[in-house]
Design a protein around this ligand. Structure first.
Ligand code: FAD
Length: 342
């Protein structure tokens, strides 16, 4: 059985795993490794340390289906809607720019439930806290090293982490990337921003008429979501939760600062926008060094094949664009590349 390793348990990696399980001509041994402690990547959902039901989406907030992708990716939307993983967004997001025919969806169980669904479907052997550091060629297989534990061998490797993290990998991979490919990979750029999740005691009232709001007049804060309301979970037993996304310029300026200091700066600005907010019982500040792709790899058609025999492919939003459909498109291109080898 071919041993396939997918690095990254974000949307691209989890969907690649599910598609491969469904469409491979022969059975494969599938492994998914992620350096984080849980799945989701930039579609992460985190819960209050005091109440597992009080959660925030720290990265992606909602999925916008455009008319083009409503057709092209219909089966993906149908599947997630049929399982109740996506539901239409019913509360207003003030300041969002909707084009004719667009529809917004939220994930009631948190956006990471999309990733968890695909991982479950894949039946893959999933391992967290596995930070891949090196990829070497050994006896016509890939020997993959991680920060801890022994290296392991695979027939096929798929890399789905943000492109700058692919370029950090050591070993034979460094010399296998052609000069032209390296230039393309180095041209991929991302915005940076912080996300701050705030968890409140059950029964706390956050009295605003919206579920989310884009802010245009603040140097620090770009977006606020009353996260439980966005997902239509308004209950006196579950503490409300808020998420704040900073502007990219704030994110870039404070990228190397202590997260605690950044959290304090965000709180000061939040007081100007929503004065008198109660004290949260818990907070979670997340730095997104690689937030959304500002310049994807050109001429790569959704994936880049770094080596043919054995196969080494990379995919992810760095090869398309940063949203649900960008990741689905990339996963489909990765699948096409893989099918020829399985
Ligand atoms: C703040 C923010 C807001 C967003 N808003 C939206 C939105 O509203 N709607 C929308 O559709 N999209 C949104 N996006 C974009 C969307 O989240 C991304 O396009 C998508 O999640 C990318 O998925 P991915 O699987 O390609 O990459 P990732 O989610 O980044 O997954 C890559 C995974 O690789 C792992 N990894 C990295 N290096 C290694 C290593 N060396 N070894 C092992 N594992 C490694 C990481 O831990 C990560 O889990 C937003 C993103 C951010 C950050």
């Amino acid at each position: 059985m071919a041993r396939v390793l997918i690095v990254g348990a974000g949307l691209t990696g989890s969907l690649c795993a599910a598609l491969l399980r469904r469409e491979a001509a022969r059975p494969v041994h599938l492994a998914v490794w992620d350096k984080a402690g849980d799945s989701g990547g930039r579609m992460a959902t985190t819960s209050s340390p005091y109440d597992p039901q009080s959660t925030v989406d720290l990265g992606a907030q909602y999925i916008t289906r455009t008319p083009q992708y409503a057709q092209k990716h219909q089966s993906f939307y149908d599947e997630l809607l049929a399982h109740g993983i996506l539901k239409p967004l019913t509360y207003p997001i003030e300041g969002s720019v909707m084009k004719a025919g667009d529809s917004n969806f939220v994930a009631p169980q948190g956006v990471s439930s999309i990733i968890k669904h695909y991982l479950k479907e894949s039946g893959a052997n999933i391992r967290f806290r596995q930070c891949v550091t090196q990829i070497n060629l050994k006896n016509n297989k890939w020997e993959v090293s991680k920060e801890t534990g022994s290296p392991e061998q695979f027939d096929i490797v798929v890399l789905t982490m943000p492109v700058p993290q692919i370029l950090l990998l050591k070993g034979d991979i460094v010399n296998l990337i052609s000069e032209h490919q390296r230039q393309e990979l180095e041209s991929v750029s991302y915005s940076s921003r912080y996300a701050l999740g705030l968890f409140y005691e059950a029964g706390t009232k956050i009295d605003v008429p919206w579920a989310g709001q884009y802010i245009t007049s603040n140097p620090c804060i770009r977006f606020i979501s009353i996260d439980n309301k966005k997902r239509n979970i308004v209950s006196s037993e579950i503490g409300p939760s808020l998420v704040i996304h900073t502007t990219v310029s704030f994110g870039v300026t404070h990228l190397e600062r202590d997260v605690e200091e950044v959290e304090e700066l965000i709180f000061q600005q939040l007081e100007n926008i929503l004065p008198g907010l109660p004290q949260p019982v818990a907070t979670k500040c997340q730095k997104w060094r690689h937030s959304q792709v500002t310049n994807p790899a050109a001429n790569t058609l959704g994936q880049m094949t770094l080596h043919l025999k054995p196969l080494l492919v990379c995919g992810g939003d760095g090869f398309t664009h940063s949203n649900f459909d960008g990741c689905v498109a990339s996963a489909l291109f990765v699948l096409e590349a893989l099918k020829k080898h399985i």
